[in-house]
Design a protein around this ligand. Structure first.
Ligand code: NDP
Length: 288
Protein backbone atom coordinates (compact mmCIF):
# COMPACT_ATOMS: atom_id res chain seq x y z
CA UNK A 1 0.00 0.00 0.00
CA UNK A 2 1.22 3.45 -0.94
CA UNK A 3 0.03 6.57 0.89
CA UNK A 4 -0.70 9.45 -1.49
CA UNK A 5 0.63 12.45 0.40
CA UNK A 6 -1.67 15.36 -0.42
CA UNK A 7 0.35 17.80 1.69
CA UNK A 8 3.57 17.07 -0.22
CA UNK A 9 1.91 17.18 -3.64
CA UNK A 10 0.08 20.41 -2.75
CA UNK A 11 3.44 21.93 -1.78
CA UNK A 12 4.84 21.00 -5.24
CA UNK A 13 1.87 22.73 -6.91
CA UNK A 14 2.20 25.77 -4.65
CA UNK A 15 5.91 26.18 -5.31
CA UNK A 16 5.18 26.18 -9.06
CA UNK A 17 2.46 28.78 -8.48
CA UNK A 18 4.86 30.90 -6.40
CA UNK A 19 7.49 30.88 -9.16
CA UNK A 20 5.02 31.71 -11.93
CA UNK A 21 3.36 34.44 -9.83
CA UNK A 22 6.73 36.09 -9.20
CA UNK A 23 7.31 36.27 -12.96
CA UNK A 24 4.18 38.45 -13.30
CA UNK A 25 5.60 41.32 -11.19
CA UNK A 26 4.63 44.09 -10.82
CA UNK A 27 1.20 42.50 -11.34
CA UNK A 28 0.10 40.61 -8.22
CA UNK A 29 -2.50 37.86 -8.76
CA UNK A 30 -5.52 38.81 -6.67
CA UNK A 31 -8.29 36.52 -5.47
CA UNK A 32 -11.32 38.19 -3.89
CA UNK A 33 -13.17 36.09 -1.31
CA UNK A 34 -16.79 36.72 -0.46
CA UNK A 35 -18.25 35.17 2.67
CA UNK A 36 -21.87 35.42 3.79
CA UNK A 37 -22.49 34.81 7.50
CA UNK A 38 -20.27 33.27 10.15
CA UNK A 39 -20.49 29.52 9.52
CA UNK A 40 -17.42 28.30 11.48
CA UNK A 41 -16.25 25.89 8.75
CA UNK A 42 -16.52 28.65 6.11
CA UNK A 43 -14.62 31.08 8.35
CA UNK A 44 -11.79 28.58 8.75
CA UNK A 45 -11.70 27.55 5.04
CA UNK A 46 -11.49 31.16 3.86
CA UNK A 47 -8.80 31.97 6.45
CA UNK A 48 -6.74 29.00 5.28
CA UNK A 49 -7.08 30.05 1.62
CA UNK A 50 -6.08 33.65 2.47
CA UNK A 51 -3.02 32.45 4.36
CA UNK A 52 -1.94 30.21 1.47
CA UNK A 53 -2.45 33.03 -1.04
CA UNK A 54 -0.10 35.24 1.00
CA UNK A 55 2.48 32.43 1.12
CA UNK A 56 2.60 32.17 -2.68
CA UNK A 57 2.82 35.93 -3.24
CA UNK A 58 -0.80 36.57 -4.12
CA UNK A 59 -3.21 39.15 -2.82
CA UNK A 60 -6.34 37.84 -1.09
CA UNK A 61 -9.08 40.27 -0.14
CA UNK A 62 -12.18 39.35 1.84
CA UNK A 63 -15.63 40.89 2.02
CA UNK A 64 -17.98 39.54 4.68
CA UNK A 65 -21.73 40.12 4.47
CA UNK A 66 -24.27 39.42 7.23
CA UNK A 67 -26.35 36.29 6.63
CA UNK A 68 -29.43 38.42 5.81
CA UNK A 69 -27.69 40.24 2.94
CA UNK A 70 -30.04 40.74 0.01
CA UNK A 71 -29.38 39.25 -3.41
CA UNK A 72 -29.24 42.79 -4.83
CA UNK A 73 -26.52 43.86 -2.37
CA UNK A 74 -24.48 40.74 -3.03
CA UNK A 75 -24.84 41.09 -6.80
CA UNK A 76 -23.80 44.75 -6.69
CA UNK A 77 -20.60 43.69 -4.93
CA UNK A 78 -19.95 40.86 -7.42
CA UNK A 79 -20.52 43.27 -10.32
CA UNK A 80 -17.94 45.64 -8.83
CA UNK A 81 -15.41 42.81 -8.47
CA UNK A 82 -16.12 41.69 -12.05
CA UNK A 83 -15.41 45.23 -13.28
CA UNK A 84 -12.24 45.70 -11.21
CA UNK A 85 -9.20 44.87 -13.39
CA UNK A 86 -7.00 44.35 -10.29
CA UNK A 87 -9.17 41.35 -9.27
CA UNK A 88 -8.33 38.16 -11.18
CA UNK A 89 -10.38 35.54 -9.34
CA UNK A 90 -13.57 35.59 -7.27
CA UNK A 91 -14.58 32.92 -4.76
CA UNK A 92 -17.92 32.92 -2.97
CA UNK A 93 -17.60 30.52 -0.05
CA UNK A 94 -20.43 27.98 0.00
CA UNK A 95 -22.77 27.11 1.62
CA UNK A 96 -24.90 30.24 1.21
CA UNK A 97 -27.98 31.04 3.30
CA UNK A 98 -31.16 29.50 1.86
CA UNK A 99 -32.59 32.79 0.49
CA UNK A 100 -29.65 33.17 -1.92
CA UNK A 101 -29.97 30.93 -5.00
CA UNK A 102 -26.51 29.33 -5.33
CA UNK A 103 -26.55 28.74 -9.09
CA UNK A 104 -27.63 32.32 -9.79
CA UNK A 105 -24.97 33.67 -7.42
CA UNK A 106 -22.20 31.55 -8.97
CA UNK A 107 -23.31 32.63 -12.44
CA UNK A 108 -22.99 36.29 -11.48
CA UNK A 109 -19.19 35.86 -11.40
CA UNK A 110 -17.56 36.74 -14.73
CA UNK A 111 -16.48 33.48 -16.42
CA UNK A 112 -12.93 34.84 -16.77
CA UNK A 113 -12.77 35.19 -12.95
CA UNK A 114 -14.65 31.99 -12.01
CA UNK A 115 -11.68 30.34 -10.29
CA UNK A 116 -14.03 28.12 -8.28
CA UNK A 117 -15.37 26.66 -11.53
CA UNK A 118 -19.01 26.55 -10.38
CA UNK A 119 -20.51 28.78 -13.09
CA UNK A 120 -22.55 27.33 -15.95
CA UNK A 121 -19.98 28.45 -18.47
CA UNK A 122 -17.07 26.88 -16.60
CA UNK A 123 -18.89 23.58 -16.27
CA UNK A 124 -19.97 23.65 -19.92
CA UNK A 125 -16.42 24.36 -21.07
CA UNK A 126 -15.13 21.55 -18.87
CA UNK A 127 -17.54 19.01 -20.33
CA UNK A 128 -16.84 20.29 -23.86
CA UNK A 129 -13.14 19.84 -23.07
CA UNK A 130 -12.41 23.36 -24.26
CA UNK A 131 -8.97 24.66 -23.37
CA UNK A 132 -8.81 26.99 -20.43
CA UNK A 133 -11.90 25.79 -18.59
CA UNK A 134 -11.66 26.43 -14.86
CA UNK A 135 -12.29 23.09 -13.17
CA UNK A 136 -13.73 23.14 -9.66
CA UNK A 137 -10.80 23.02 -7.24
CA UNK A 138 -11.55 19.81 -5.32
CA UNK A 139 -12.06 17.55 -8.37
CA UNK A 140 -9.13 19.26 -10.10
CA UNK A 141 -7.11 18.36 -7.00
CA UNK A 142 -8.26 14.73 -7.20
CA UNK A 143 -7.02 14.42 -10.78
CA UNK A 144 -3.78 16.25 -10.01
CA UNK A 145 -3.14 13.86 -7.09
CA UNK A 146 -3.57 10.87 -9.41
CA UNK A 147 -1.36 12.42 -12.10
CA UNK A 148 1.45 13.53 -9.81
CA UNK A 149 1.52 10.27 -7.89
CA UNK A 150 1.91 8.33 -11.13
CA UNK A 151 -1.42 6.47 -11.03
CA UNK A 152 -2.31 5.15 -14.45
CA UNK A 153 -5.81 6.26 -15.44
CA UNK A 154 -6.25 5.49 -19.15
CA UNK A 155 -8.85 2.80 -19.73
CA UNK A 156 -9.28 2.09 -16.03
CA UNK A 157 -12.66 1.99 -14.36
CA UNK A 158 -13.22 4.93 -11.99
CA UNK A 159 -16.25 4.84 -9.73
CA UNK A 160 -17.18 8.24 -8.31
CA UNK A 161 -19.53 7.96 -5.34
CA UNK A 162 -21.41 11.27 -5.11
CA UNK A 163 -22.93 13.49 -7.81
CA UNK A 164 -22.71 16.99 -6.31
CA UNK A 165 -22.00 20.01 -8.46
CA UNK A 166 -18.85 20.83 -6.52
CA UNK A 167 -17.26 17.38 -6.37
CA UNK A 168 -18.90 14.32 -7.91
CA UNK A 169 -20.08 15.65 -11.29
CA UNK A 170 -16.95 17.62 -12.21
CA UNK A 171 -14.74 14.78 -10.92
CA UNK A 172 -16.55 12.41 -13.28
CA UNK A 173 -16.14 14.87 -16.20
CA UNK A 174 -12.40 15.28 -15.53
CA UNK A 175 -11.77 11.54 -15.19
CA UNK A 176 -13.66 10.92 -18.43
CA UNK A 177 -11.91 13.68 -20.40
CA UNK A 178 -9.08 13.01 -22.83
CA UNK A 179 -5.86 12.86 -20.89
CA UNK A 180 -7.38 10.89 -17.99
CA UNK A 181 -9.39 8.57 -20.26
CA UNK A 182 -11.07 6.61 -17.47
CA UNK A 183 -14.23 4.60 -17.95
CA UNK A 184 -16.45 6.33 -15.40
CA UNK A 185 -19.40 5.23 -13.29
CA UNK A 186 -21.12 7.78 -11.05
CA UNK A 187 -23.04 6.43 -8.06
CA UNK A 188 -25.35 8.24 -5.64
CA UNK A 189 -27.94 7.63 -2.94
CA UNK A 190 -30.39 5.95 -5.33
CA UNK A 191 -27.79 3.59 -6.81
CA UNK A 192 -28.74 -0.06 -6.46
CA UNK A 193 -26.18 -2.51 -5.12
CA UNK A 194 -23.59 0.17 -4.53
CA UNK A 195 -21.10 -2.25 -2.97
CA UNK A 196 -21.01 -4.43 -6.10
CA UNK A 197 -20.43 -1.37 -8.30
CA UNK A 198 -17.66 0.07 -6.13
CA UNK A 199 -16.02 -3.39 -6.06
CA UNK A 200 -15.55 -3.12 -9.85
CA UNK A 201 -13.51 0.06 -9.51
CA UNK A 202 -9.82 0.36 -10.29
CA UNK A 203 -10.08 3.89 -8.91
CA UNK A 204 -12.61 4.87 -6.22
CA UNK A 205 -13.41 8.54 -5.60
CA UNK A 206 -15.48 8.85 -2.43
CA UNK A 207 -17.41 12.14 -2.14
CA UNK A 208 -20.39 11.24 -0.02
CA UNK A 209 -20.20 13.15 3.24
CA UNK A 210 -20.68 10.08 5.46
CA UNK A 211 -17.95 9.01 7.86
CA UNK A 212 -16.17 5.75 6.90
CA UNK A 213 -18.96 4.82 4.48
CA UNK A 214 -16.71 2.92 2.05
CA UNK A 215 -15.80 -0.28 3.88
CA UNK A 216 -13.16 -2.91 3.06
CA UNK A 217 -15.68 -5.36 1.54
CA UNK A 218 -16.58 -2.69 -1.08
CA UNK A 219 -13.04 -2.28 -2.39
CA UNK A 220 -11.27 -4.53 -4.89
CA UNK A 221 -7.73 -5.57 -3.87
CA UNK A 222 -5.21 -3.33 -5.63
CA UNK A 223 -7.62 -0.41 -6.15
CA UNK A 224 -6.58 3.23 -5.83
CA UNK A 225 -8.81 5.09 -3.35
CA UNK A 226 -9.21 8.86 -3.24
CA UNK A 227 -11.15 10.01 -0.19
CA UNK A 228 -12.70 13.46 -0.59
CA UNK A 229 -14.80 13.28 2.58
CA UNK A 230 -14.36 15.63 5.50
CA UNK A 231 -16.53 14.55 8.42
CA UNK A 232 -16.45 15.54 12.07
CA UNK A 233 -16.89 12.63 14.49
CA UNK A 234 -17.02 13.00 18.27
CA UNK A 235 -13.69 12.34 20.00
CA UNK A 236 -13.45 12.99 23.73
CA UNK A 237 -9.63 12.80 23.61
CA UNK A 238 -9.46 15.98 21.49
CA UNK A 239 -9.64 19.48 22.90
CA UNK A 240 -12.23 20.36 20.27
CA UNK A 241 -14.31 17.29 21.13
CA UNK A 242 -14.17 16.00 17.55
CA UNK A 243 -11.80 14.74 14.90
CA UNK A 244 -11.91 14.67 11.13
CA UNK A 245 -12.39 11.41 9.24
CA UNK A 246 -13.02 10.71 5.57
CA UNK A 247 -15.74 8.85 3.70
CA UNK A 248 -13.53 5.74 3.61
CA UNK A 249 -12.90 3.35 6.50
CA UNK A 250 -9.18 4.04 6.13
CA UNK A 251 -7.75 1.50 8.61
CA UNK A 252 -9.62 -1.43 7.06
CA UNK A 253 -9.41 -0.32 3.41
CA UNK A 254 -5.78 0.86 3.23
CA UNK A 255 -4.15 -2.62 3.48
CA UNK A 256 -6.11 -3.75 0.37
CA UNK A 257 -5.17 -0.77 -1.79
CA UNK A 258 -2.45 -0.05 -4.29
CA UNK A 259 -2.64 3.55 -3.12
CA UNK A 260 -4.90 5.64 -0.89
CA UNK A 261 -5.23 9.24 0.33
CA UNK A 262 -5.42 9.91 4.07
CA UNK A 263 -7.89 12.30 5.73
CA UNK A 264 -6.71 14.81 6.70
CA UNK A 265 -3.69 15.37 4.45
CA UNK A 266 -5.09 14.05 1.16
CA UNK A 267 -7.53 15.92 -1.06
CA UNK A 268 -8.03 18.86 1.35
CA UNK A 269 -4.67 20.59 0.79
CA UNK A 270 -5.01 20.02 -2.97
CA UNK A 271 -8.28 21.97 -3.06
CA UNK A 272 -6.49 25.06 -1.77
CA UNK A 273 -3.50 24.53 -4.07
CA UNK A 274 -5.73 24.23 -7.16
CA UNK A 275 -7.53 27.44 -6.22
CA UNK A 276 -4.15 29.20 -6.25
CA UNK A 277 -3.33 27.59 -9.61
CA UNK A 278 -6.67 28.72 -11.09
CA UNK A 279 -6.16 32.27 -9.81
CA UNK A 280 -2.67 32.38 -11.27
CA UNK A 281 -4.03 31.16 -14.61
CA UNK A 282 -6.77 33.82 -14.54
CA UNK A 283 -4.14 36.49 -13.88
CA UNK A 284 -1.81 35.23 -16.61
CA UNK A 285 -4.72 35.30 -19.06
CA UNK A 286 -5.81 38.79 -18.02
CA UNK A 287 -2.27 39.96 -18.72
CA UNK A 288 -2.41 38.28 -22.13
P1 NDP B 1 -23.11 16.57 -1.05
O1 NDP B 1 -23.88 16.31 0.20
O2 NDP B 1 -23.46 17.73 -1.90
O3 NDP B 1 -23.21 15.27 -1.98
C1 NDP B 1 -23.07 13.99 -1.44
C2 NDP B 1 -23.31 12.98 -2.52
O4 NDP B 1 -23.21 11.69 -1.93
C3 NDP B 1 -24.70 13.08 -3.17
O5 NDP B 1 -24.60 12.95 -4.57
C4 NDP B 1 -25.47 11.92 -2.54
O6 NDP B 1 -26.42 11.33 -3.42
C5 NDP B 1 -24.35 10.91 -2.29
N1 NDP B 1 -24.75 10.03 -1.20
C6 NDP B 1 -25.20 10.37 0.03
N2 NDP B 1 -25.52 9.28 0.72
C7 NDP B 1 -25.25 8.21 -0.09
C8 NDP B 1 -25.39 6.82 0.06
N3 NDP B 1 -25.88 6.28 1.18
N4 NDP B 1 -25.02 6.02 -0.97
C9 NDP B 1 -24.54 6.57 -2.10
N5 NDP B 1 -24.39 7.88 -2.31
C10 NDP B 1 -24.76 8.70 -1.30
O7 NDP B 1 -21.58 16.60 -0.61
P2 NDP B 1 -20.30 17.22 -1.37
O8 NDP B 1 -20.14 16.60 -2.70
O9 NDP B 1 -20.32 18.68 -1.25
O10 NDP B 1 -19.15 16.70 -0.40
C11 NDP B 1 -18.89 15.31 -0.23
C12 NDP B 1 -17.84 15.15 0.85
O11 NDP B 1 -16.65 15.79 0.45
C13 NDP B 1 -18.20 15.80 2.19
O12 NDP B 1 -17.65 15.02 3.23
C14 NDP B 1 -17.52 17.14 2.14
O13 NDP B 1 -17.22 17.65 3.42
C15 NDP B 1 -16.27 16.78 1.39
N6 NDP B 1 -15.65 17.89 0.68
C16 NDP B 1 -14.29 17.97 0.77
C17 NDP B 1 -13.62 18.96 0.11
C18 NDP B 1 -12.14 18.99 0.21
O14 NDP B 1 -11.55 20.02 -0.05
N7 NDP B 1 -11.49 17.86 0.54
C19 NDP B 1 -14.32 19.98 -0.68
C20 NDP B 1 -15.73 19.74 -0.80
C21 NDP B 1 -16.37 18.73 -0.12
P3 NDP B 1 -27.75 12.13 -3.91
O15 NDP B 1 -27.25 13.08 -4.97
O16 NDP B 1 -28.61 11.06 -4.46
O17 NDP B 1 -28.30 12.82 -2.72
Amino acid sequence: MRLIDGNAIAQQVLSEVRERAARLAPTVPHVAFVRVGEDPASVSYVAKKQKTAAEVGMKASLTVFPSDVTKAELFAHLDALNADPSVHGILIQAPLPKHLPETEVFNRVAPSKDVDGFGTQSIGRLVQELPGAFAACTPAGVVELLRRSGVETAGRHAVVVGRSLIVGKPAAALLLAKGCDCTVTVAHSKTRDLAAIVRQADIVVAAIGRPRFITADMVKPGAVVIDVGINRVPDATKKTGFRIVGDVDFDAVAPKCEAITPVPGGVGPMTVAMLMMNTLTACERARG
